[in-house]
Write a protein that binds this ligand. Sequence first.
Ligand SMILES: Nc1ncnc2c1ncn2[C@@H]1O[C@H](COP(=O)(O)OP(=O)(O)OP(=O)(O)O)[C@@H](O)[C@H]1O
Ligand SMILES: [Mg+2]
Length: 239
Amino acid sequence: MLSIQSIRTFYGPVQVHHDVTLEVRPRQIVSLLGGNASGKSTLMKTVLGIVKPRQGRVMFDGADITGRPTAAIIRRGIASVPESRRLFQGLTVRENLLLGAYSRQDTQAIAEDLDRILTLFPRLSQRLRQRAGVLSGGEQQMVAMGRALMSRPKLICMDEPTMGLSPLFVDQVLSLIQTINAEGVAVLMVEQNASLALRIAHHAYVLQSGRIVLQATGAAMAADPRIQDAYLGRTETAA
Ligand SMILES: Nc1ncnc2c1ncn2[C@@H]1O[C@H](COP(=O)(O)OP(=O)(O)OP(=O)(O)O)[C@@H](O)[C@H]1O
Ligand SMILES: [Mg+2]
């Protein structure tokens, strides 16, 4: 479905990715692990056309989307829940959610999708008219996820969805990711908390200084001593 092929990206003269190759199959949750500054967010931005690789390709559903305009990539079926959520703080929850459907014209279906998303995130129903800026971190994360779903994506890219959330919300966000995935949406997810990420991932990759150094199923990765030493030993589990 999504195939990142040997990409090299740069910020000016500084190379971030060294021939990174990664695959997300339909209906998969793929987790991308890696320390600070390893290039995880830049990889997400490359998928979304925000950063253009100097070499390599990004293929989605058989089409070459490398460096295409972000709006065109979203229309093809990729949505994003960016790092730190990026909501419009001054707009209401409802307005933020509807922004996710900005490229759609099917008003009736948009209204149905909004209803469906509110069943998924019941907390948001009472808050539709409030400004997004007054919501808690966990509620804002739900708005960001709901906004992504409003474009009816086949794939959602999530950059650190549980960052800064209380343990209760961390568990809620993770089970919501599984619910969304069970409805047929593939997920590419960056998560610093490896033990949480591997609990729900079908497949996982480890990025280190811009190189993929390991890949395995989520379960195999969780059992890998190298991963336990490097990531699981040090991470705090929310549970
Ligand atoms: N807009 C930019 N201009 C120049 N350098 C950048 C830019 N964005 C990121 N970088 C650099 O590229 C490298 C990779 O950054 P990136 O944000 O992709 O890492 P990350 O794995 O997401 O890190 P973190 O875990 O801290 O979120 C870092 O060295 C960072 O300083
Ligand atoms: Mg990042």
